[in-house]
Ligand binder design. Sequence first.
Ligand SMILES: C[S@@+](CC[C@H](N)C(=O)[O-])C[C@H]1O[C@@H](n2cnc3c(N)ncnc32)[C@H](O)[C@@H]1O
Length: 205
Amino acid sequence: MKDSILNVLNELEVQSSLEKSRKVNVLPENRMLAITKETGELLNMILRLKKAKNMLEIGTSVGYSTIWCAEAILEQSGKIITVEHNPTKIKRAKENFLKVEIQDTILIKEGNAIDIIKEFSKQEKYRNFFDFVLIDADKENIIEYFDLIFPMVSIQGVIITDNMLYPEKYRENMKEFSNYLKANPDLQTITSNIGNGEEITIKIK
Ligand SMILES: C[S@@+](CC[C@H](N)C(=O)[O-])C[C@H]1O[C@@H](n2cnc3c(N)ncnc32)[C@H](O)[C@@H]1O
């Protein structure tokens, strides 16, 4: 991995840990709420294994997970579309992408994720288009996100959902989501205890 990418990932890991332990004063709505480093490594590995080219991310925050993914997808000259509604975080994400010179790999869609993916789902070009998806925004809408996104995922495409196990306040909601997935014969899914609990789902038909 390039030093510039490693350095920015390290800086963001320090910031994330300071925010989690409330050692820095950041408004709750501007906290990073990033995936863990271990999850970053998992995403990067899956993207490499799949030689993924087209990724969708719901929930950019300041770009920590996006950078982990971009580092892998760059090798396939792939692209990431990432969705975020908080302008302060979008500004920080753009600065971080510039620092690691991956801005051309990433398209930030600014606005409400449900509206944006509803719009995508009407476009024929996005049918079976994404070979990798990370769902990491508001947990209340998780099933709606999934239902909108699934037709846009290619066969053998992978969907990762963060926060299946932690924070505990989401556990019941996420359990319901996991059971919803398991009832779908068109996919295979497993809940892993990596990071905050990652659901790893593959579309099989
Ligand atoms: C858990 S954070 C994402 C962390 C990021 N994936 C990372 O690991 O670096 C969730 C993000 O989703 C954004 N978000 C929540 N609900 C949203 C919505 N309805 N539309 C767009 N963005 C949303 C929040 O502003 C927040 O930045």
